[in-house]
Structure formats: structure tokens, C-alpha cells
Design a binder for this molecule. Structure first.
Ligand SMILES: Nc1nc2c(c(=O)[nH]1)N[C@H]1C(S)=C(S)[C@@H](COP(=O)(O)O)O[C@H]1N2
Ligand SMILES: [Mo]
Length: 407
């Protein structure tokens, strides 16, 4: 055993030498598992085609956040879309061999489709769908919650093209006892263990069968970029984006609430009843996050904007409300004491974000904050400050605020 390990160690050092293009002279001193700097130096912006201002939160797994002013486009381009991975991006994808299997206790007959079959057999639909990470805004919670410290821009609304999950499930046949679907993707666990599933989440049948729940193969009219789930991904807009499984290989139709990795508490769950910051919650008192709460983002101007007195400021942004629609959009320049109405557009389709704008004027020189507040069609508004603390730091839908200086 010992000699075999030494042998492996020696060959991998030789291999590293080949990769860096020279013999590593003091290779014997390399700490175990250390990657030479020459090989650490990948440029994520180039690798993923991302805008240089994007913020890298983690490189193993890759987690990259956008910024509010980068999200000004009506439809989020790849360049400005956040990446959230729980594992390693699959490599060497051969789309001619890619298949999707529908199985589980509640499927009439397990069925496997090739990608080509999926594309030719079922009608295709295109929707703009809002995908927000459940942990977007986590950074603000105190006591801090572990996990990627997303500020406010783990949110996108791209145009997704694919087939309806409902069409494929109906083709395979769904038994009347079906409760939930669960997805499986081709990404690789951080340990490298091929038998370990990275993440396998899902949704109740009612969400799975919605018209807008897609098995998508295009994003913004092109093949989905690798980091976002090429060649096939589930897209379930309005729910935590963790439901939208990337690199999709299999969907299980379950007769129970799906119990794959990261379905169980405390992942993607919040206390069923509000708790005090820092309190402990028993697993059985945690509830699965479903529709995301009402929220908005000012995408123009960038925070820190300067303006001359007498000029009006054009404010722009997007608002969304999970399964619901945003009915009212307001802004405040006096720290929430009074609110004025923004112009708000209807969504292009259900589950797409909505665009707003306003002409803002300021009474005198000085420092201001512009706060933005959306209200959904149930009459629920964004809280001005942090909403309920929860152990994993999910669902922070506090009003977005930008600083403006009037000279
Ligand atoms: N297979 C797979 N699907 C996944 C994930 C993952 O790690 N593996 N992460 C989920 C989470 S938590 C989020 S927020 C979204 C992010 O999608 P994006 O990277 O395309 O923005 O993908 C979801 N789908
Ligand atoms: Mo997420």
C-alpha cells in the first residue's frame, strides 16, 4: 500500500512537471495536494466569458456574483449572469451521447430520451424566467450565516428555450400517487467521488407541471453556456434557483417529498415560525422554501452616483415576486419616510422580472439614499431593513438602497 502511494505521488509530480513545462526542482518539498501557482492561474472571466467587474466568491466550487449596475439589461446576458455551483462543472460533454432518464416510484415506466429525441419530439417554448439564489443577500445577516456571502446580485432573468417538463412526464406516464420530482445532474462532487451526488433537489408536482417549467437547451437563443448547465437544464422560475438543476441527466418522479442531497434540513429551508437572531432551530421546525419573496433591484444609476442640483435622475431597475406579480413599485429619498410611485411594466410572461423607472428630483445639495420597494399582488411589500434572521441566511428581500450625492 505504502509503495503504491509513493509511486502515485511520484508519477503525479512528474505529470505536474510536464504541465508547468519544466522539472520541478524541489518537488520533494511540495506540500501534499498543493497546486503549483503556475497551474492555479486560470482567469475565470475568460474561462466563463464573464464581465471583468463580476465578483468571484469562491473558485472551488466556482461561485461568481454580479453587481446591481451590471444587471441593467432587460434580459440578462451570459456575461453578467451569476454562477452558483455546489460541485465541479462536468467536463468532456458529448451531446451525441447525452440522455435524460425519467424514473422513480411514481413513473408508469422508466424512460430514457436522447437529447435529439427531446428536441424533435416535443413542442418548444421560450420564456423569460427569473432565477434567484435562495441565499442572495446572505451577506447582510447577523449573526453571519455560513455559505457564499452573496450581496444582492445572485439574480438573473434570461430567456430560456426548451420543452415543457410536463410534456415529458406525461409521455413517460405519471402515477396518481406522485408527490414530487427530484433532479440529478452530471456535476462532480468536490471530493471527486463519482458515487457522491452533489445536489439533488426538486419541486412538488404542481410546480413541475406548470407551463413555464422547462427542460431548457437554449439560453438567450444560444446553447446554454457550460457553467449554466449545458446541454440541458431544468428551469423553474420564481423558486429558489437551486430547484433549477443544471447538467440534467435524470428526473425521478417520487411518491414522497424528494429526499436527495440538499433537500434535507437545514438546506434551502427556513424556520417555519420566525425566530430571534442566532437562535437554534430543530430540523423538524424548518420548512422548504417554495416561491421566492417580492424583491427589486436598482440597476441604474450605480451606487455613488453624483448629480448637479436641479437635474433629475432617471432611476431604473427590475422587480420580481416569485410565483406572484409585482403590482406596485415605489422609491424613497428620505430613508423610507415617504414614498413615490415608479412606472412599472407588466411581465413579458409569468415568472419574468418586471422593469421599473422613475424621474427623481432632489430638494437641495447633499447626501441621499434612494431606496426601492416592490409590493406583490397579495399586498406584501419588501421590508425596509432585514427580514427574519434564519440559520442559513436565506430570503433576504430587504429594500435595495443606493447612495446619491447632489452637488
Ligand atoms: N447540477 C446542479 N444544478 C444546480 C446547482 C448545482 O450545484 N449543481 N446549483 C443550484 C443553485 S444553488 C443555483 S442558485 C443555481 C444557479 O444557477 P446559475 O449558476 O446558472 O446562475 O443552479 C442550481 N442548479
Ligand atoms: Mo442557490
Amino acid at each position: 500500500m505504502k509503495s503504491r502511494r509513493n509511486f502515485l505521488k511520484r508519477t503525479s509530480i512528474a505529470a505536474l512537471g510536464t504541465l508547468v513545462g519544466a522539472r520541478i526542482v524541489f518537488a520533494d518539498n511540495l506540500p501534499k495536494g498543493y497546486t503549483p501557482v503556475a497551474l492555479q492561474d486560470v482567469d475565470p472571466f475568460e474561462l466563463f466569458g464573464k464581465h471583468r467587474e463580476m465578483v468571484v466568491l469562491n473558485n472551488r466550487p466556482w461561485n461568481i456574483e454580479s453587481l446591481p449596475h451590471l444587471l441593467d439589461d432587460r434580459i440578462t446576458p451570459n456575461e453578467k449572469m451569476f454562477i452558483r455551483n455546489n460541485g465541479l462543472i462536468p467536463q468532456d460533454i458529448d451531446i451525441t451521447k447525452w440522455t435524460l432518464t425519467i424514473d422513480g416510484e411514481s413513473v408508469a415506466e422508466p424512460k430514457t430520451f436522447t437529447l435529439a429525441e427531446l428536441k424533435s419530439k416535443f413542442p418548444q417554448y421560450t420564456y423569460q424566467l427569473t432565477l434567484e439564489c435562495g441565499g442572495n443577500g446572505r451577506k447582510e445577516f447577523n449573526p453571519p450565516a455560513k455559505g457564499n456571502q452573496w450581496a444582492d446580485s445572485a439574480i438573473s432573468c434570461a430567456e430560456w428555450t426548451g420543452i415543457r417538463l410536463s410534456d415529458v412526464l406525461n409521455d413517460a406516464g405519471v402515477k396518481s400517487n406522485a408527490v414530487y420530482i427530484g433532479y440529478y445532474g452530471a456535476d462532480v462532487h468536490l471530493t471527486g467521488n463519482p458515487d457522491k451526488v452533489v445536489i439533488s433537489r426538486g419541486a412538488p408536482m404542481a410546480k413541475a407541471m406548470q407551463d413555464e417549467t422547462l427542460l431548457a437547451f437554449k439560453m438567450n437563443g444560444e446553447d446554454i453556456p457550460l457553467a449554466h448547465g449545458y446541454p440541458l437544464r431544468l428551469v423553474a422560475g420564481g423558486w429558489p434557483a437551486s430547484v433549477s438543476g443544471k447538467w440534467l441527466k435524470r428526473i425521478s418522479v417520487r411518491n414522497v417529498v424528494h429526499d436527495g442531497p440538499k433537500m434535507e434540513a437545514p438546506s434551502y429551508r427556513v424556520p417555519c415560525e420566525p425566530i430571534a437572531p442566532g437562535d437554534k432551530v430543530a430540523d423538524e421546525d424548518m420548512c422548504i422554501i417554495e416561491s421566492m419573496p417580492v424583491k427589486s433591484l436598482v440597476t441604474y444609476p450605480k451606487t455613488g452616483a453624483m448629480l448637479n442640483l436641479g437635474k433629475t435622475l432617471t432611476l431604473r431597475g427590475h422587480a420580481w415576486a416569485g410565483e406572484l406579480e409585482v403590482k406596485k413599485m415605489e422609491y424613497s429619498i428620505d430613508f423610507g419616510a415617504t414614498w413615490s410611485q415608479c412606472e412599472l411594466e407588466k411581465p413579458v410572461n409569468r415568472l419574468a422580472w418586471q422593469h421599473f423607472k422613475a424621474q427623481v428630483s432632489f430638494p437641495e445639495r447633499g447626501y441621499y439614499e434612494v431606496w426601492a420597494k416592490a409590493t406583490d399582488n397579495n399586498g406584501k411589500s419588501q421590508p425596509m431593513v432585514l427580514p427574519g434572521w434564519n440559520p442559513k441566511g436565506y430570503l433576504n428581500n430587504a429594500c435595495h438602497r443606493i447612495a446619491v450625492k447632489v452637488n
